[in-house]
Design a protein around this ligand. Sequence first.
Ligand code: UD1
Ligand code: CA
Length: 453
Amino acid sequence: MLEVIILGAGKGTRMRSSLPKVLHNLAGKPLIHHVIDTARQIGAAKIHVVVGHDADAVESAVSAHDVSCHRQTEQLGTGHAVKQAIPACRPDSTVIVLFGDVPLLTHHTLASVVEMAASGPVVLAAKVEDPSGYGRVVRDGQGLFARVVEHKDANEQERELNEINTGVLAATGEQLASWLNQIDNDNSQAEYYLPDVLGVAIREGVSVSVVTTGSDEWLGVNDRVQLAHVERALQAREASQLMAAGVGIADPTRIDIRGNVTAGQDVFLDVGVVLEGEVSLGDNVRVEPYVVLKNCSIGSGTLVNSFSHIEDASVGNDCQIGPYARLRPGSELAEGVKVGNFVELKNSYMGAGAKANHLAYVGDATVGANSNIGAGTITCNYDGANKHKTILGDRVFVGSNSTLVAPLTVADDGFVAAGSTVTSDIAESQLAVGRAKQRNIDGWKRPTKEPKD
Ligand code: UD1
Ligand code: CA
């Protein structure tokens, strides 16, 4: 059986934050969620999370993830942290320890650790250009693993070593329990260091295998500079995956994916696009600069112009949105709809070919096919206490600067004269004029300025 222990009890002092480190956000979710997801992907039968600093917050953040939490009441080091969870692991399980602040490790890499662990304890290392701050892997004369020395405890020669400990190690539950009882805190930080268990293994004559990971998987998050660095590394990975799947991206360093994106063929994403939650993009969707798409689906052939914001909405095929359009939750557009600049939609349906080209608020409304909402139109959906619906039939024309006071129904082909305040229903093909009649006054004398004394 494979069990995973994830460490998340540390405060993360170097973040200088009131939020526990493992709850800091990476690509739209807490650091520790990334690690839990990876643990799940390698088929962990049980996932243990060690919590301590602000334990309540961390526990509630992971509570929906089918993990068991173990409290480390004092943060006495990574070895001491693992000790809190080990009694809950089966002695014959393969136990992998992951750190909640090392979020980029892939399941492919961890799968090779699991595979190797079948024949003895394993540590995951990485050869890096700048090893400073990390524990170094010390090898013996034959090049075999000897021990890990922490940066703070390392002498000058050891600091030259550029093979680092990623923090990941694997052994059986029984081995870890026994070795953890044999480590001390006789070091510069007076902590019980987890990697010291590997030194104990060597002393007992058990050899330790080293699996090495490449690229930037090993990056840890200890401060905000590293968090930003890890974010860009993850975004670069996401962008590469999308491009490999055929999505065109103007600049992979200027795109942010904070969720899951599915995309059809020949989608193009311009600079500054942010995709959050579950986003699906049909074939030939084009997204212009600085657009936010959150939990939405965009139909094939649709163009989303710059600076638009779309959330919890569904947009049909061949629509044109923006620039500067806002589709709020519950917006649903059929095919060929146009929603132009400074138009806000909320909880509303727009039928095929309907248009709201400029400056309108459409809330709690159903707009029939090929209807046209003029500039400055507002659905007055809220009476101060309750929300009401506005229902417009097909081919309705709403002239500019009209206020549609809900509840209101305009039947097919209804026509609202510009500047109307409409309070009662309009029947099929009727024209409604809801404004003061224009009077032209002859001989009108303009006011003149009174002389100043
Ligand atoms: C640790 C390793 C180091 C490795 C590096 C990789 C040790 C002693 N050092 O150093 O060899 O190169 O990670 O990123 O293991 N934690 C607890 N309880 C504690 C202390 C820490 O749960 O008492 C958790 C933290 O929340 C964090 C993880 O363990 O998720 C690592 O702790 P951190 O203090 O960041 O260790 P590093 O100094 O980075
Ligand atoms: Ca760390």
